[in-house]
Design a protein around this ligand. Sequence first.
Ligand SMILES: C[S@@+](CC[C@H](N)C(=O)[O-])C[C@H]1O[C@@H](n2cnc3c(N)ncnc32)[C@H](O)[C@@H]1O
Length: 183
Amino acid sequence: MSDLALFRRRLLKNPRQVSAIAPSSRTLARAMTLGLGPKSGPVVEFGPGTGRFTEAILARGVPPENLTLFELDEEFVGYLQQKFPGVTVHQQPAQDAARLVSPGVGTVISGLPLLSMPPEVREGIVGAAFQILAPRGHYVQFTYGPRPPLPPETIAALGLTVNKGHKVWANLPPATVYRFRRG
Ligand SMILES: C[S@@+](CC[C@H](N)C(=O)[O-])C[C@H]1O[C@@H](n2cnc3c(N)ncnc32)[C@H](O)[C@@H]1O
């Protein structure tokens, strides 16, 4: 089964959780993984789906043993385990990352539909990301909308610095990548 067919099937099964009409494009995946390389240290990905960002992270030279994924959907988890040997895949919510990953992570790449989540879930996810990130680590998140993918109060409460990337038009729908780190 193709990535698109699997994605669509899981979307129909659980539309609120998957919350996108198709996997992200390779162009968006390259923008999300900009700056990653063999020396990036541990990398964690939230909501990999069929693994479009996972492929790009590995293509940047991050060793599979340095990559940990958090995905809720059991079919995606089975697919990711087969497709990416050596990568750690947890069928656990991203909110639980701090229970399973030691602090000192260089980058968290998030493919989660953050803005469509209830505020307490969103805050749990971003809080977990900054619990495991190293002091200079980055949280990378895309959004389809015109505003940052985190509300101003969350950015202020966590004391984050925001870097807005260019718009990626080659994606359905077009998306913008934001990088957050502690200020
Ligand atoms: C919009 S899809 C993105 C998939 C992929 N990153 C991409 O860009 O093609 C969101 C993914 O996040 C997963 N997901 C949703 N909530 C989650 C959570 N709390 N923890 C981990 N994964 C979650 C969904 O099952 C789905 O695979």
